[in-house]
Design a protein around this ligand. Structure first.
Ligand code: URA
Length: 442
């Protein structure tokens, strides 16, 4: 078998056999095939796409390229949740304790942030002492004991994806539905969950800018999950503005605590209830969405979801007094207001600009090596649908180092799209994709 023949076949739109895909992905992962041939195949996939059969084979081959976590020592149906990446998205911090409180075990590995989106593991490190790296045995025992563990990625998960993703990043081949779908699903399959709830973001701040593309991405991932025997659901949710008000590591922990305390911003609470309901149904703790929602609302109202977060933090060596009293979390030394320079109604808030503003203040990484400041970030005071007058506060920056404040302010001003007409409320969820089809709400 020759790599060049396989590239040519894909270039010409002919379906590849399972053997050809295994030869290529396996060979590239082991270092037998050079970057330039992988880059050429990736570009051919960008133009020609992949059939569901090709996609399932490629995804499994990537999942098998490194360690595969066997979660069978953990009792019950393990349901994972994955977001395709948003700004202000702290749903994992809410969902892990909430769903665990409702009886579904959560054994979750999360990543760090890079660029304009944050990572759950960085956020958790705002809690003093919280250990994101624990031994596998402790991970399993903890989930069996208290129902939840949230850790950083361990071992050597999907090295083929790591290598391919770095190559895609520099060869303009990131934006491809089959390549994104196989990248995400290979990691989820290797992480071992029995069922997967995908939060596929759509809008200006997301990988997929249009609803049709977002649905197609969700469908590709649901097809892969179904093909490999993992129940998978895709929820298409809005990213035409950041989720919630607070962006930045410590600030996002604070907002997650407010939500677990039965408060918090309406959009974060609602999305957590929607995603959590699917996790409960897939995990066998509820028969219907309505039943699941009622169970979750009860756990928010009676304090058991917040109590579960305290247990999680304690079990992983963190200071649980910070959960009881969020004023103990790291805070920035200065607050700087960003004032509106025009009037109107907020029509959208470009999440990417907001994420970059937070990064400029030190909340995110510009490069893999950047050190982040856990205390800094921003608080969005106006959201879509709100009226704005000149001089109103759009956002409050939480700052330790003022060096790049002006740049951050410019980004916030740019992020706000103001309309002179009334702005209709946007749905939070646009569609739900399951193996049985697509349910659209718009
Ligand atoms: N997230 C991933 O993990 N992979 C992609 O290709 C895109 C987003």
């Amino acid at each position: 078998m020759r790599a060049v023949d396989i590239i040519q076949k894909k270039r010409d739109g002919v379906e590849l056999s399972a053997e050809e895909i295994k030869f290529f992905i396996g060979g590239y992962s082991k270092g037998d095939l050079p970057d330039y041939q992988m880059a050429a195949l990736a570009m051919a996939i960008v133009f020609q796409g992949m059939t569901p059969k090709e996609l399932a084979v490629m995804t499994l081959e990537m999942a098998k390229s490194g360690d595969q976590i066997d979660l069978s020592p953990i009792k019950g149906i393990k349901v994972d949740k994955h977001s395709t990446g948003g700004v202000g998205d702290k749903t994992s911090l809410v969902l892990a304790p909430l769903v665990a409180a409702a009886g579904v075990p959560v054994a979750k590995m999360s990543g760090r942030g890079l660029g304009h989106t944050g990572g759950t593991i960085d956020k958790l490190e705002a809690i003093a002492g919280y250990q994101v790296e624990i031994e596998e045995e402790q991970f399993f025992n903890q989930v069996n004991d208290i129902g939840v563990s949230l850790i950083g990625q361990t071992g050597n998960i999907t090295p083929a994806d790591k290598k391919l993703y770095s190559l895609r990043d520099v060869t303009a081949t990131v934006e491809s539905i089959p390549l994104i779908a196989s990248s995400i699903m290979s990691k989820k399959i290797a992480a071992g969950a029995d069922a997967i709830v995908l939060d596929v973001k759509t809008g200006s701040g997301a990988f997929m800018k249009t609803l049709d593309d977002s649905i197609a991405l969700a469908q590709a991932m649901v097809d892969i999950g179904t093909e490999v025997g993992r129940q998978t659901v895709g929820i298409i949710s809005d990213m035409d503005q950041p989720l919630g008000h607070l962006i930045g590591n410590s600030l996002e922990v604070e907002e997650a605590i407010m939500t677990l305390n039965n408060g918090g911003p309406a959009d974060l609470r609602e999305l957590s209830l929607i995603l959590g309901s699917y996790m409960l149904v897939l995990g066998g703790a509820a028969k219907t969405d309505a039943e699941a929602r009622e169970i979750l609302e009860r756990h928010l109202a009676d304090g058991s979801a917040l109590e579960k977060l305290k247990q999680l933090v304690e079990a992983q060596g963190g200071d649980a007094s910070m959960i009881a009293d969020p004023s103990l979390l790291p805070h920035a030394s200065e607050r700087i207001e960003v004032k509106a320079v025009a009037a109107g109604t907020v029509a959208a808030i470009q999440a990417e600009h907001v994420g970059v503003a937070a990064m400029l203040l030190g909340a995110g990484r510009e490069t893999k090596e950047s050190q982040i400041d856990l205390a800094v970030g921003l608080d969005l005071r106006k959201k879509v649908g709100d009226k704005v007058n000149v001089g109103d506060t759009l956002a409050i920056l939480h700052v330790n180092d003022t060096k790049r404040v002006e740049e951050a302010k410019d980004r916030i001003i740019k992020a706000y799209e103001l309309s002179q007409a009334d702005v209709a409320a946007k749905p939070l969820v646009y569609a739900i994709v399951t193996k049985d089809g697509v349910q659209r709400f718009v």
